[in-house]
Design a protein around this ligand. Structure first.
Ligand code: MLT
Length: 404
């Protein structure tokens, strides 16, 4: 008799952004005349940089001739891309990371969900609360979350690190020592950043206790302040305790193209095993590599022109972040984030619940955001807006919110 994977049956409801899309589609179908502004999911709106488009065209043309045609990509990524990443994202910042410690993939979402597979089922995970839902959902799928406590809205097998206004949305070192610690900075969803000295404390904690930090650096390009590190490998000792995840989606607009990478240093050894060898084995077995044309597009991001264009894209979105922050403050909202991150985290007005505010904003202003509670119980009473809209739509959304 066929049975299913019962760990999947433990998942609660549907994936957050699918649920939002469903609700917005229902509202839109019932109110076809309403012009909805979407500041919910962190999807980019501006076209790909010119250097990326040119690289894509060139790589497509190469596929048209037998002499330059490429079939399966190397499963861990082409050397031209791994070398560019090692040089520009790490060595240029003084981080000791080699190309053979970089694993190219189809994006940070897949990697952040898949990475748990190479760790034992009995590992205890620690996550921020609120948190990007992929980390928890994939550990539920992996049978690591225990049972759901309905009253508290928490999984009893997971160590939660509350991020609240009181602690500046910065998690504290957990008293109960976990095995795997998920950190994301600049943070999704709160937009909070971490200083290098604060991150060093996490690295020291992990090395002291034998933990592994899974560090999601998807929003690194948005860092504006000097004391905020661009990589966990800027911290001393991170090579022996940290995995880092990167995306090309938020900096260079690859949400539709799909490209990312994960760094696992050779010094990261647990249970007598080099962790990167397991990830390489997984890649080799389950993955045939990101497409050649997409990896060439990724390489173009590191060209001088590509870097300039990425900076312009980031500046474009951060102009939105500044106008959302200013607009919400002027309208009397309590807000944070939006300085080193493209997310603005606001306290819902008049004690409204997160979903109540979602409905309020959708029906009264036709603006879509993300309910904070969708990221975890400590997100209740909060709401996330993204800076990834276009300028006109973002300004219009602010005007509608001001008029509420
Ligand atoms: C978000 O809105 O949190 C992100 O866009 C989701 C993602 O990157 O997968």
């Amino acid at each position: 008799m066929v049975t299913v994977n019962h760990d999947y049956l433990n998942l609660r409801g549907s994936y957050l952004f699918s649920e939002i899309a469903k609700r917005v589609a229902a509202y839109s179908a019932a109110n076809p005349d309403k012009k909805i502004i979407r500041l919910g999911i962190g999807d980019v709106t501006q076209p790909l940089p010119t250097s990326v488009i040119e690289a894509l065209h060139k790589a497509v043309d190469e596929q048209a001739s037998a002499a330059t045609f490429r079939g399966y990509a190397p499963d861990l990524g082409y050397d031209f891309l791994r070398n560019a990443i090692a040089e520009k994202d790490y060595q240029a910042r003084g981080c000791d990371i080699r190309p053979d410690e970089i694993f190219v993939s189809d994006g940070a979402k897949s990697d952040s969900g898949n990475i748990q597979e190479i760790f034992g089922r009995d590992n205890r995970i620690a996550v921020c609360d609120p948190v990007y839902p992929v980390y928890v959902d994939t550990n539920i799928m992996g049978g690591r979350a225990g049972s759901f406590d309905e009253a508290r809205g928490l999984w009893d097998g997971v160590i939660y690190m509350p991020c609240t206004a009181e602690n500046g949305f910065a998690p504290e070192l957990p008293a109960e020592v976990p095995d795997l610690i998920y950190l994301c900075f600049p943070n999704n969803p709160t937009g909070a950043a971490i200083t290098k000295s604060a991150l060093q404390e996490w690295v020291d904690y992990a090395n002291r206790n034998g933990c592994v930090i899974i560090y999601d650096a998807a929003y690194e390009a948005y860092i504006a302040e000097d004391e905020v590190p661009h990589s966990i490998y800027e911290c001393e000792g991170a090579r022996t305790c940290a995995i880092e995840l990167h995306s090309f989606s938020k900096n260079a607009g690859f949400t539709g193209l799909r490209l990312g990478y994960t760094v696992i240093p050779s010094d990261l050894i647990r249970d007598g095993v080099e962790i990167r060898s397991l990830w390489a084995r997984r890649h080799g077995t389950k993955y045939n590599g990101a497409p050649y044309i997409v990896q060439r597009a990724g390489e173009a991001v590191y060209s001088e022109q590509g870097q300039k264009e990425v900076r312009q894209l980031v500046d474009y979105y951060m102009t939105n972040a500044a106008s959302i922050l200013a607009g919400l403050k002027a309208a009397g909202y309590s807000v944070s984030g939006g300085v080193n991150a493209p997310y603005i985290w606001l306290k819902t007005p008049d004690g409204m619940g997160s979903w109540e505010f979602f409905d309020h904003l959708l029906t009264k202003a036709n603006v879509v955001g993300t309910p904070g509670v969708g990221f975890g119980p400590h997100g209740e009473g909060y709401f996330r807006l993204t800076a990834f809209g276009d300028h006109a739509a973002t300004a219009e959304a602010m005007e509608r919110i001001r008029r509420l």
